[in-house]
Ligand binder design. Structure first.
Ligand code: PEP
Ligand code: MN
Length: 360
């Protein structure tokens, strides 16, 4: 697949002067709940109502969705509010039912994107439709797997496509439910600048308080839209309660967000520079995290040296590291002088850390 302007035709048709907003509950629970939320979202900047009908759960025993019955509630919400509707499809049967109930946009869940067999089954079932399909990133940080899923749809003749960035699972617990790993969608965007890119801050955050910041970072990176889990009574939601926000909270977020997409001539420069600067910020943040991790390992080495009565400074080992890093630096177009200066600083910090451990 190559980048093509046509990839975003479906999005351009909405003629929005702001990013596309998809909002609605994690799961459709009851008809009343779906209609209540849809009515609260009506007349806001949200264009599309989302609700999960079939819920893929990592572990059994959680609420697994109301099933096809919920499609009728979505249809009713569409009639009442004029919003478009979207739901997740995870097999050919879901596709058939969703199409029968006039679902406007389909999305592919993170646990589906990981499986080329299922992706192919869904792509085959969708042949001939012009419904936009939004593909969530796979649960693991693998750009090829994500792109592979997009290509399977494209090859099946589905050209109305988009991707949803919902973060990546990690074994280590972090402040996120799913790590954003911004570098991945940034790489994808560089390769396919016309493939609409939508942020799902809810599944990245897993909690309410950082949803705004995630949305702002996405807009600064020139994302095309947001998909935010929204519930009239979030605390009592049947799934993902801790990350859902009320429609009123979503409206406040939409008002507070700074949208950097300007269209005048000089603004193009501003857009580009802002996107590049946000990319740099993301990488700088990763650098600090990696350095922090390195120092933690170094503390461990310090403790081991202390208990074995070995001196902090081990010149031979240090010279080996430097030699290797100068070579790797060369491969990455980094000058020897820079590598030397940087690693001297890192090494000094490492020694300071270990000396601290020795004094404890
Ligand atoms: C969802 O959107 O409710 C969902 C299940 O998302 P994901 O596939 O990203 O986990
Ligand atoms: Mn959810």
């Amino acid at each position: 697949m190559e980048n093509k302007k046509e990839l975003r035709t479906w999005l351009n048709k909405f003629e929005l002067d702001h990013p596309l907003v998809i909002a609605g509950p994690c799961s459709a629970e009851t008809e009343k709940q779906v209609l209540e939320i849809a009515n609260q979202l009506k007349n806001t900047d949200a264009t599309v109502l989302r609700a999960g009908i079939w819920k893929p759960r990592t572990r059994p025993g959680n609420f697994e969705g109301v099933g096809a019955l919920g499609l009728k509630w979505l249809q009713k919400a569409k009639e009442e509010t004029g919003m478009l509707i979207t739901t997740e499809v995870a097999n050919a049967n879901h596709v058939e039912l969703a199409l029968k109930h006039d679902v406007d946009i389909l999305w592919i869940g993170a646990r589906t994107t990981v499986s080329p067999f299922i992706v192919q089954e869904i792509a085959d079932a969708l042949q001939g439709t012009d419904k936009p399909v939004l593909i969530k990133n796979p649960v693991n940080p693998d750009l090829s797997l994500w792109l592979g899923a997009v290509e399977r749809f494209y090859t099946a003749g589905i050209n109305n496509l988009g991707v949803i960035h919902r973060g990546f699972s990690a074994y280590e617990k972090t402040r996120y439910r799913n790590n954003p790993e911004w570098q991945l969608p940034i790489d994808l965007q560089n390769r396919f600048p016309d493939l609409p890119l939508i942020l799902d801050p809810s599944h990245i955050a897993g909690r309410r308080d950082i949803i705004f910041d995630l949305c702002q970072t996405a807009l600064d990176l020139n994302y095309d839209g947001l998909m935010v889990e929204t519930h009239h009574d979030p605390d009592n939601a049947w799934s993902d309660a801790s990350q859902q926000i009320t429609p009123a909270a979503l409206v406040k977020i939409m008002n507070d967000l700074k949208i950097r997409k300007e269209t005048s001539a000089g603004a193009e420069y501003n857009n580009k520079i802002n996107t590049l600067r946000t990319q740099i910020d993301v990488i700088d943040h990763q650098l600090i995290e990696v350095l922090g991790k390195r120092m933690k390992v170094s503390d461990g080495i310090g403790a081991l040296k202390k208990s074995n009565n070995v001196a902090v400074l081990q010149s031979k080992r240090w010279n080996e590291i430097l030699g290797k890093m100068i070579l790797e630096g060369e491969e990455n177009k980094l000058s020897e002088e820079f590598i030397l200066r940087m690693f001297k600083a890192i090494h000094q910090e490492s020694i300071n850390h270990q000396e601290k451990v020795f004094k404890q």
